[in-house]
Design a protein around this ligand. Structure first.
Ligand SMILES: [Zn+2]
Length: 193
């Protein structure tokens, strides 16, 4: 979880996302559930309930996974365009808006800690319920006025996206241990050559 925003971490559920052969992590519905729990969108009992439902309705689980990947790719392309200063595609925005409408159907304002919060409790038995908070995260980020902090890792074709919260906007890599070190090693190699 290096994206610092839920929607960007979700976009990062494929490795080498900016290349010709991305490495898909969401290879089945169980993986989508496991990631959602890791991302704290679902708790253990919700994960278990959804898993049981998915076993009874494998066609619906298949559909939920397809939706997740459609949404993820739209989020990836939208924020990659933003990070690289390119024009966003209306097609991708249309996909996000489609899921935004679906999420809104389940959205609820509830009192919380003396204030109010937006939740999606009504839809938590739906197999695609983990998509709603992801959509909300993407919309929040799009409207945040901080799009200049959305970045694409410079380690090509890593393709991971992150929100740069460093004070002087100096973050360049998904992680220093991964792409950062690879870039350093490459510079060292070229110098030696
Ligand atoms: Zn990277």
């Amino acid at each position: 979880m290096i994206g610092e925003r839920l929607c960007l971490d979700f976009a990062n559920t494929a490795g080498w996302h900016n290349g010709d052969n991305p490495n898909e992590w969401l290879i089945n519905y169980e993986k989508l559930l496991a990631w959602s729990r890791h991302a704290e969108i679902l708790n253990t009992s919700q994960e278990k309930a959804l898993l049981e439902k998915a076993r009874r309705h494998s066609d619906q689980a298949e559909k939920a996974l397809e939706e997740a990947i459609e949404l993820r790719e739209a989020i990836f392309r939208l924020f990659r365009s933003i990070a690289t200063g390119k024009k966003t595609d209306t097609f991708d925005l249309a996909i996000l808006n489609k899921y935004f409408t679906k999420a809104n159907y389940f959205a609820e304002i509830i009192p919380r800690d003396g204030e109010f919060a937006l939740t999606f409790q009504r839809g938590e038995d739906q197999l695609n319920c983990m998509l709603h908070p992801i959509v909300k995260s993407a919309i929040d980020l799009l409207l945040s006025g901080k799009l200049n902090r959305v970045k694409l890792c410079e380690g090509d074709p890593c393709g991971w996206l992150f929100f740069d919260s460093s004070r002087n906007k100096s973050r360049r890599w998904c992680t220093m241990a991964d792409c950062g070190n690879r870039a350093k090693a490459r510079r060292f190699y070229h110098r030696k050559k």
